[in-house]
Design a protein around this ligand. Sequence first.
Ligand SMILES: C[S@@+](CC[C@H](N)C(=O)[O-])C[C@H]1O[C@@H](n2cnc3c(N)ncnc32)[C@H](O)[C@@H]1O
Length: 202
Amino acid sequence: MRRAERELDWPALDRLAEAHPKGSERKYLETRKWLERKLDAALLLGLAAGPPLDILDIGTGGGHFPYVARHFGHRVVAVDLPEIALYDALCAWLGVEKHDVRVEARTPLPDFGRRFDLVTAFMLGFNTKADGTLFTLDDWAWFLDDVRANQLKPGGRLLLKMIRQAERCGPKYGDPELMRLFAGRGARFLEADRYAIFEPLR
Ligand SMILES: C[S@@+](CC[C@H](N)C(=O)[O-])C[C@H]1O[C@@H](n2cnc3c(N)ncnc32)[C@H](O)[C@@H]1O
């Protein structure tokens, strides 16, 4: 991983930072930090060894997780909202092809032409609906059903990393009803990282 990092075009990242002087996405310019975190996640998921997997990364942001997973030989489809200039530029800089996809409540994810061994969503934001409220429990159940039925291979895994979203109305990570729903679908929880890992998603 260190060698892969060294091979990145770091002066180009400086130019990219200058070209995008504003916006909350600028925190993702701290490439080493984000690659380190995603490396930890990849190790947790056992991605450093074993056969190549098909992975879908939802809300990929700057593409740091796909970059790490690809380093270990996995095939990753990276998706995010369209037209977030710095995310697009970071993905391009890392050589991660990003597809424009908006996840919406009770709307199936697109057909990507293949099934996945693993679906990931780190620090996810797609559970905020158009009216600013969060996915209800039924919306979550719908999403989990869609991922299991239409995206995952049999026995496939799902990783969700949730952020606080304290200011929003609706079920949040840590709320007993949401944790019960997730646990009932096969999740174990790593509290420190706020990871829910469904192994497999049921
Ligand atoms: C906090 S960032 C995390 C980025 C990346 N996963 C990471 O861990 O570095 C949340 C991401 O979710 C994306 N996102 C938010 N709402 C979305 C939606 N409805 N559909 C797809 N992506 C969404 C954002 O554009 C952003 O890239």
